[in-house]
Ligand binder design. Sequence first.
Ligand code: DGL
Length: 281
Amino acid sequence: MPNSRRPPRSPKIGVFDSGVGGLTVLRALVDRIPDASYLYFGDTARLPYGSKSAATVAHYAVGAVRYLQDQGAELLVIACNTATALALDEIKAAAGVEVIGVVEPGADAAAAASRKRNVVVIGTDATISSHAYRRALEARNVAVREKACPLFVPLVEEGWVEHPVTEQVAEIYLSEAFSDDARDADVLVLGCTHYPLIKPLLRRVAPEHVAIVDSAESTALDVARQLHVELPPSSTRTKNEPSAVRQLKFFATDSAEKFRKMGTRFLGLPVEDVVHVDLKE
Ligand code: DGL
């Protein structure tokens, strides 16, 4: 990593997502690195990214991360699995600071957790068709079954995180995913920002022997490691309350009020300081 790109120890961290889903990654970051300041950009006017082309996603993502840098971000976390999978190279080329995506940390955690070297990854259509997780896992000698689960994002946004319809949809998706060669898979990677919200439901529906890897958690741990932040043992770790967090500032391309309401549910903390941003095409 060139020196000019190395982030300071307690940097201003820019977190980018297509919408509110990336707040699950921000939450994991806040829990691990409460001393940092955070700038979060949700491209709510242009989501979903999961059904768009690589060129469109790259164009949107590059505009958003440039904005975050203009606001003072010294390290960028691409919370959106779709943007990471489709456009990480373009984002890195456009950014003047260190950029961390969610795919590599998720793949690292999955490879470490899989004794059978056989993993199932679920994500949006775009993430799955990009095969970014497949490439990352095969490079770690892990066999992969990829499964697009496009209905999960709208179900989670509807708030149906513990709904019989979501459970039925999960049963169909996961029974297709854990079939044939993947019957033996022992890890399920949540390759989408929205899926941590249905983790308890997925835990019930997935085969019992399967460990769930949340790329939001793995990414936060990776960022903490890169910043040399000391992690308390998980048994003593507590969720940080808003007063313990230095600064959280949000930018949304659609209504700030809507972001505030929906964001609080995804972050599990009050979302207050929201600025509406109009990115010119
Ligand atoms: N943030 C996206 C992801 O993690 C999901 C929502 C969208 O499709 O924009 O893939």
